[in-house]
Design a binder for this molecule. Structure first.
Ligand SMILES: [Fe+2]
Ligand SMILES: [Fe+2]
Length: 186
């Protein structure tokens, strides 16, 4: 190594990404593809849940969350762009399972009952909790990877999913659960 090369080496501490770092990045991108699929899937599922709901308040909550989900999918497209990747969806088996369960609840409960709403809220909260854990973990990973802008986008969605979960709990506790209990006593 001549003096000039040695100096250059000293002056440019930027090391090539370590093997672990790029493996983690690849893992992270894969997980983004997974949650992107989940959000896209929810865009189709939420209108069905709104249609199946008995309480107009719950139906409206599903419609509002559908619109929010569209914004969240757009946010993930921004994430792909920031990472220099094309937006791609990879099937999320977990979300498919949770939403299948929701579809079963619609089939197994009677139309126009509060009991159906109880079931829909339960299914929807499972969706929200899955999203909360995913976005929470991914935002943290984005920070580890030094992707601050990406982390902020993921944290914005995380806050929305948490708000939705709280709103669903309120609908359940303020009306739907009591009405459903009375249905059982009839
Ligand atoms: Fe979402
Ligand atoms: Fe959500």
């Amino acid at each position: 190594m001549n003096a000039a090369t040695a100096l250059l080496k000293k002056l440019s501490p930027a090391q090539p990404k370590s093997q672990n770092d790029s493996m983690l990045r690849e893992f992270f991108i894969n997980e983004i593809k997974d949650i992107y699929w989940a959000e896209k899937h929810l865009l189709k599922v939420l209108p069905k849940m709104a249609k199946a709901a008995t309480s107009p308040e719950l139906a409206q909550a599903f419609k509002d969350h559908r619109d929010m989900t569209e914004v969240q999918a757009g946010r993930l497209e921004q994430v792909f762009e920031l990472l220099g990747e094309k937006p791609r969806a990879k099937k999320c088996e977990a979300m498919e399972g949770i939403t299948k369960e929701g579809a079963d609840i619609i089939e197994e409960t009677e139309k126009g009952t509060a009991t159906r709403d109880v079931g829909l809220i339960l299914a929807a909260q499972k969706v929200e909790h899955y999203e909360i854990s995913t976005y929470g973990g991914l935002a943290q990973l984005a920070r580890t990877l030094g992707e601050t802008k990406v982390a902020k986008l993921l944290e914005t969605t995380l806050a929305e999913e948490k708000e939705t979960d709280v709103a669903l709990t309120e609908i359940a506790e303020n009306s739907v659960n009591y009405q459903a209990k009375e249905e059982q006593e009839d």
